[in-house]
Design a protein around this ligand. Sequence first.
Ligand SMILES: Nc1ncnc2c1ncn2[C@@H]1O[C@H](COP(=O)(O)OP(=O)(O)O)[C@@H](O)[C@H]1O
Ligand SMILES: [Mg+2]
Length: 417
Amino acid sequence: MIRRYSMDGDQFLSKKRCSGSIFASLPLKIRYCTHIKTEARASLFCYSFTMKQALQRKIRVAVLFGGKSAEHEISVRSAQNVVRALDKQRYDVTLVGIDKNGSWNFCEISQLFSDEMKIFCKQSTSSNAISQPFNAGGKFLGGKGSEEIDVVFPVLHGPFGEDGTIQGLLKLAHVPFVGASVLGSAVGMDKDITKRLLRDAGIPLARFLTYKNHERKNITFEKLKQSLGVPFFVKPANLGSSVGITKVHNKQEYSAALELAFLYDTKILIEEYINGKEVECAVLGNEAPIASLCGEITPHHEFYSYEAKYLDENGVALSIPAHIPKRVSKKIQKLAIQVFEVLCCEGMARVDFFVTDSKNIFINEINTIPGFTSISMYPKLWEASGISYAKLIDTLIEFAIKRFHGEQKLQTAFIQK
Ligand SMILES: Nc1ncnc2c1ncn2[C@@H]1O[C@H](COP(=O)(O)OP(=O)(O)O)[C@@H](O)[C@H]1O
Ligand SMILES: [Mg+2]
């Protein structure tokens, strides 16, 4: 059962102010270029502290990881880092692993770091299986012995995790959760919908075409070559970690690329190749999000493929800050916040761009649950911008709780004037 806090968050905030805040300690250049409302941020930082006081105990966090997705293994790696960074003096951590069949199971922290995880990934046989994620009363059964959970941190990548499905479940169960809600997650997961919304907002992106499985017959290599040029990219609309993506140079590669992408999704994108640097920017916040320094990805493969990301130890070089002029990085920071807002995101997201030699900027994609693996840019970008891994996790949890309380105040019944 979810704890009902005895104190109204905002009332309390207006009575008490904290002088110290991680936002206040951010480097000035970040504060100004991203228009942080320091006062509001300082208040927010006090929030979980006061919540902890109100609860008189540690904050109970459920970390959801794994999932029924081709990015399952990446999620396990991300969860290991998030769990490592959660301050155990401050949080009681409950681990809920979702296996590749979609079953939910309680896990011990030691299990998450052991070889058992590889077996668990395929199919869990654990006696700790959770028969249903929430009980008949609609409350999340997140803790062992049905302990109450204060907040959920979904560390899930790809479909059934990053796409609004889990977010909808958690919303129905009345549990605060980290990151974008249903709409932002669903929109950000689908590269086709993402790009249509961004195009509508006038944000520059590569030319692209979208096809559903039943429209396959209408596509030919020649037509694509004519409209997009060669090479071009073929990708599943709803996936990440470069799974199912091919850079196509010729007709033979094209047929295989189509087969591969349609293995993972019923909708695919075919996209113009942008020859440029890959630059990433992290965004953090709810109503007044802030942007981190920009980082650069230099893949040592033809593109930033799954192999380059996760299989080849030397697959990529990361540079923070990115090797781009200051004015370009400022422009990217502004665009990252604009993208975050256009796509209705909350809490966190990483926005990825291409920057050409002539300094034209194109947005590539958004990740509403960015990677937290050892090579992942999201936590690294914040670290370089003055927010440590542990503080980042604290802040994300605070934003989740703050949003939840804001939503609780909304009326659900008609009020006669
Ligand atoms: N239009 C494009 N032009 C150039 N490179 C691209 C393009 N689209 C994708 N890539 C390359 O493929 C990688 C993965 O594509 P992306 O769209 O980011 O998918 P994912 O969500 O799987 O990360 C990118 O990081 C980049 O290296
Ligand atoms: Mg990507």
